[in-house]
Design a protein. Sequence first.
Length: 355
Amino acid sequence: MCAQIALRPAEVQNAARAEKLAETGDNLPDAPSTADSNQSQESGSASVSGTVLDTSSAAISGAEITLTENRRSQVRSTSTGTDGSFVFGSLAPGSYTVIVKANGFQQSAAPEFTLTQDQAFQLPTIVLSVATAPTSLVVRPTEVIAAQQVKAEEKQRVIGVIPNFYTSYIWDAAPLNTKQKFSLALRDTFDPVSVIGVSLGAGIEQARNTFPGYGQGAAGYGKRWGALFANGRTSDILSRAVFPSLLHQDPRYFYQGSGSTWSRINHAVGNAFVARSDSGHLMPNYSYFLGDLCSAAISNLYYPASSRGSGLVFTNAALGLAGRAGQGLIREFVLKHITKNVPGQGKPVSNGQNP
């Protein structure tokens, strides 16, 4: 006689369920996969960011940035934006390496660094050098380089409004030809902001009754406005275009930005008396002196008869030179920090020079 095993009702139900699962091929739910586990470990709350520039401090956009987590050899990549910046987020704690590649530049690798939980790590600025063995070389004429640099200078505005076209933050900028000197002078002197400055200056002279021969009222204001406008336009065009073209001098102020404070003061004030020639040599600033002197002489044609004479000429010329020296100090120590679209960093720091 075969032995029979009695099953309790619950056991019968479980056996039936197991038999049904076997027949339909259903399986129990899978355990979390290794890939899911690794993915959860890869994410985190740390981040790393940085900026990529070339040797002239210009931003490099489109550079390829590769981030490697050294322990697990996990790789992420991104590209720099128009300002040369990049950022990686949601990183887990660990040791990382960053490699930077850009067309035309040598590859660069940042030193290995370690991230902790919730850390926002800022890499030191990454500077790429031009590739030492380019496959092709494009030679551009000096005037083409100068035209590109002038175009960049015409975007320089203090607090984004006031023109700062005549400050070159590129120390070894290409010399300007005659056409470029006249173009830059006209662009600067007839800028709408310059006209607003003339209007304010005329109002101040009206309030102080400067040159009383002009009188008061609308007529007096109009005469003062016209005199100031003529003074500024003739001075700018003569000292920044006409004489620099004839004497082969560069009318721009070249920002130094390095060295001792005293050397920078000497450079700033001396700009009114010493100019850079088109060949790169220093020489007396005849352009400023003759331009201011001739502009002051021309002013005798429209100032009141009671104010004319040699005194007016030399007073206006002296004021012009003093104004150039004062502008140099402001350009050297103030304007760079509040000017938009500044390329370059001024004079490179040489060995033994205090930054």
